[in-house]
Write a protein that binds this ligand. Structure first.
Ligand code: AMP
Ligand code: MG
Length: 414
């Protein structure tokens, strides 16, 4: 067995370097593409907007009519509505009433907003400075030019992207097939919900936090394999089933040094798995590698996360999240780090990355961090009460009240 000591950054780099993204795509209606990973660049088939049009309700005219230093008066010759083109002539000294989104009449390049116009019968007048040449006109193709990349391959599609695709007239789109992730918990002390809690046993909570975190990555297909007993046969069977059905296997428990269970043994037997001690808290022990079914050549990437409930979440965010993006050929969504001011001092040992749970509260325009009580790696309550994790870097020492720290909020914009 190989035991490595790693910093968080080294472990993250090492994992990312070993991953091989999946292949395979599927074509879906754009509504079903939300949060999925775009498989190819989308080139714009049209100009958006297709025509020069008005950005405001007002009067369109040719800017050569503008009088400098004097009132400009124009004769009203018609109306252009959105979706209804003005097809008449608008000559010198003339203007067309125009609505937002209406195609600019031929020869018109400027729109006076209606609030700046004085209307007298069919004469429209306005003072100098009310409008400049080219004002309030949207140019054809200013949003997207025909033939140019509108969306890059690898993008995780957000609401704006669905709208953008629709604006191009695209109804269906090719995305990556879903990444199949199998997960199970290990430990003889674990009981599933609905079972009696025998003496010395705990309910299996890790499968629920993992379910929650994985479900939010909507490009993933989940395979919940339950609790697997600490027996070599049960573990090997579970692992082989997971290799067959999934691209990635996530387990929790049984990876710390000196464990009396068989997880490590089975992982080693089935593949090339490294057991790491990572300089972090919580989350020190972790296994990562590839496991194989030697009979048929199938393989899967394996993350053997620690058993402690908070450590599972922290190692997921620190290592697994970005790996899942990479495996799906996706550009990882940025991690929304923020700066926050500590309301209390805290102890931090240099030489390891620490993650502490905190509420993040805006106070007088400053984001402040309040620790959420006991920080033990088994205490989920402080995780549940927190808004995010304070990320205290490897070399950082103790901190004082008023110091600024980096925080990783759990929630972003929907
Ligand atoms: P381990 O890494 O297997 O030594 O587990 C470390 C601690 O986490 C032990 O106290 C386990 O009981 C606990 N633990 C392991 N797996 C789970 C789980 N799925 N749900 C809740 N607690 C767990
Ligand atoms: Mg265990």
């Amino acid at each position: 067995m190989q035991t490595d000591f790693q910093t968080v950054d080294q472990a993250r780099q090492s994992i990312l370097a070993q991953l091989m993204p999946i292949s395979g795509t599927r074509t879906v209606a754009i509504r079903d593409a939300l949060d999925q990973v775009l498989a190819f660049d989308v080139l714009s088939p049209i100009n958006v907007p297709a025509h020069d049009n008005s950005a405001m309700d007002g009067y369109a005219f040719n800017s050569s009519c503008l009088q400098s230093g004097a009132i400009t008066s124009l004769k009203l010759v018609g109306t252009a509505y959105a979706g209804k083109v003005f097809s008449g002539q608008c000559g010198q000294g003339e203007c067309v009433r125009i609505m937002t989104g209406a195609v600019m009449p031929a020869h018109c390049d400027t729109v006076l907003i209606q609030e700046n116009a004085t209307v007298n019968g069919d004469t429209i007048s306005f003072p100098p400075g009310a409008v400049k040449a080219g004002d309030n006109r949207r140019l054809a193709g200013e949003d997207l030019t025909v033939g140019k990349a509108a969306l890059p391959a690898g993008k995780v599609l957000r609401p704006a992207d669905l709208g953008l695709l629709a604006s191009l007239g695209v109804a269906e789109i090719t995305v990556r097939r879903k990444l199949r992730v199998a997960f199970f918990s290990t430990g003889d002390e674990l009981r599933s919900l609905g079972q009696a809690l025998d003496q010395g046993c705990v309910y299996d909570s890790n499968r629920y936090t993992l379910f929650g975190m994985l479900t939010r990555l909507r490009f993933i297909e989940l395979l919940d394999m339950g609790v697997v007993r600490d027996s070599p046969e049960a573990l090997e069977q579970a692992m082989l089933q997971a290799i067959e059905q999934a691209d990635v296997i996530i387990t929790s428990g049984g990876v710390s040094v000196g464990e009396a269970d068989y997880t490590k043994e089975v992982m080693e037997k089935l593949g090339s798995v490294n057991f790491w001690k990572i300089a972090m808290r919580p989350g020190r022990p972790m296994a990562f590698g590839q496991v194989h079914n030697k009979a048929n050549g199938d393989s899967a990437f394996l993350f053997g996360l620690p058993g402690n409930p908070v450590a599972v979440m922290v190692t997921f965010y620190a290592f697994v999240r970005d790996a899942l993006f990479k495996l799906t050929n996706a550009k990882a969504l940025p991690v929304p780090m923020v700066s926050a001011k500590l309301v209390q001092g805290l102890r931090k040992r240099p030489g390891r990355t620490e993650y502490q749970r905190a509420r993040l509260v805006m106070e007088n325009g400053v984001l402040t961090a309040h620790l959420t009580g006991a920080q033990g790696s088994g205490i989920l309550r402080s995780m549940s009460e927190s808004d995010g994790l304070l990320v205290l870097e490897h070399a950082q020492g103790d901190l004082n009240a008023g110091d600024t720290v980096l925080a990783l909020p759990f929630e972003g914009l929907i």
